[in-house]
Design a protein around this ligand. Structure first.
Ligand code: B4P
Length: 192
């Protein structure tokens, strides 16, 4: 299986690049942000709980997102592989993902990290906010999301560096150019 974690701060291009990778490698796309937004618009109890946290730019509790991923892995048993977009976002989530994949006799092939500086992230998301209608795409909340990333998510990079799976990719430039760099990194991936 080819299991890719697409890693990076909010606005780094994870969602954008996931679309390209999903088509090219026939992977199942698991975006915890998209799944949570689906719960919010369906008005489920989980969605109601998550909405306030997401609108404030805070992370949703680990047990909630881990449970969502566990369900999806079971639902898509037999898939060629997965692309994890926006998950894991904390070290406990990364540990849980390793355990869940082990249960399915597989593991993470590569962690592809889009590296983009804060000024560019804020500019991209403010621009998206003008058309997305997303309550969290305003400057104050974007800066809170970047702060959450710096404090809670960036340690996940070290977790994967210790496993020798982390590949940093410069994330500024044309979308196709960055996709090319991701494809090159995947070509060097050991597939289990
Ligand atoms: P997400 O939906 O994951 O949102 P995100 O980090 O902002 O990234 P997104 O994928 O949307 O943006 P992208 O970088 O593609 O999370 C939202 C919230 O959900 C979180 O704040 C949290 O509350 C919650 N959540 C989700 N997962 C969680 C978890 N695991 N644990 C706890 N809580 C969780 O793109 C951004 C913009 O940049 C786009 O407009 C795009 O067009 C543009 N762009 C992309 N590539 C570009 C390029 N090369 N050049 C210029 N612009 C580019």
């Amino acid at each position: 299986m080819l299991n890719i974690v697409l890693f990076g701060p909010p606005g780094a291009g994870k969602g954008t690049q996931s679309q390209m990778l999903v088509e090219k490698y026939s992977l199942v796309h698991l975006s915890t942000g998209d799944i949570l937004r689906g719960e919010v618009s369906a008005g489920t109890p989980l969605g109601l709980k998550a909405k306030a946290l997401m609108d404030a730019g805070s992370l949703v509790p680990d047990d909630v997102v881990i449970g969502m991923i566990d369900n999806k892995l079971t639902q898509h048993k037999g898939a060629a592989g997965f692309i994890f977009d926006g998950f894991p976002r904390t070290v406990p989530q990364a540990e849980a993902l390793d355990a869940l994949l082990a249960k399915h006799a597989t593991n993470i092939s590569h962690v592809l990290a889009l590296e983009v500086g804060e000024r560019e992230l804020v500019a991209r998301l403010v621009l998206r906010g003008q058309s997305s209608g997303r309550a969290d795409d305003n400057e104050e909340t974007i800066r809170k999301r970047v702060h959450e990333y710096n404090t809670k998510t960036s340690p996940v990079a070290d977790f994967y560096k210790q496993q020798g799976k982390y590949v940093g990719i410069y994330g500024i430039g044309a979308v196709e150019e960055i996709a090319g760099k991701l494809n090159k990194a995947i070509a060097g991936t050991k597939v289990h």
